[in-house]
Design a protein around this ligand. Structure first.
Ligand code: SAM
Length: 196
């Protein structure tokens, strides 16, 4: 019987560990990916590690401190050359990213430990989600962690859910994944996979 260290097993509290678990099944050496909301750089680092030395990751954030923190995190891991960090909104993704990419990750809301007034906005999130689809490789995914509980989050939830629900089922597999034993405004994941 094989044994697994308890620390190796992810605790699935909220959307982020679930999104990481899924990303690990889709992103491999040589792939390209986008972190649409760098924040503190945790997601960028994971994407960069998975894409490996022959892959590439583009990371976006509107806050200079988020770009700086993400740069530090990637640099500390010795992976600087594998990432292009862009201090701009993800709604400009198309202008910067050289696709096709296997994964686009959105972690919406505000940067923990920072100004909670600086949040992702429904208008620009909608534009960026549409651009993500244009950049996706066949079988590639867009993974969105949605936080309806903060001010502005309810409106953003409607935009993201509506976007995912309207996609043609022949062209995209569209999923909603959330914990059911929590408040109705708890965070959840939207996952969209391009079929071909
Ligand atoms: C929840 S945090 C992201 C957490 C991050 N992925 C991590 O691993 O730490 C959301 C981030 O989105 C950023 N943001 C807000 N509007 C944005 C936009 N239009 N384009 C890109 N980033 C944006 C915020 O500045 C904030 O850093």
């Amino acid at each position: 019987m094989t044994s697994q260290l308890l620390s190796d097993i992810p605790l699935l509290r909220g959307p982020v560990p679930l999104s990481h678990l899924i990303i690990r099944s889709f992103l491999f050496e040589g792939d390209k990916a986008v972190d649409a909301t760098c924040g503190n750089g945790h997601d960028t680092l994971l994407l960069t590690e998975l894409a490996g030395s022959t892959g590439h990751v583009w990371g976006f954030d509107i806050q200079e401190e988020a770009i700086a923190e993400t740069g530090r995190r990637v640099s500390d891991a010795g992976l600087t050359g594998r990432v292009t960090l862009i201090h701009a909104g993800h709604e400009e993704m198309e202008q910067h990213v050289n696709g096709p990419v296997k994964a686009v990750l959105f972690n919406l809301g505000y940067l923990p430990g920072s100004d909670h007034q600086v949040i992702t906005r429904p208008e620009t999130t909608g534009i960026a989600l549409d651009q993500s689809l244009k950049l996706l490789a066949p079988s590639g995914i867009v993974m969105v962690s949605v936080y309806p509980g903060h001010g502005g989050g309810a409106c953003e939830r409607r935009i993201v859910d509506g976007w995912a629900a309207r996609l043609e089922p022949q062209e995209y597999h569209s999923w909603r994944m959330g914990q059911v034993n929590v408040m109705s405004d708890a965070p959840y994941c939207i996952l969209v996979q391009k079929t071909a």
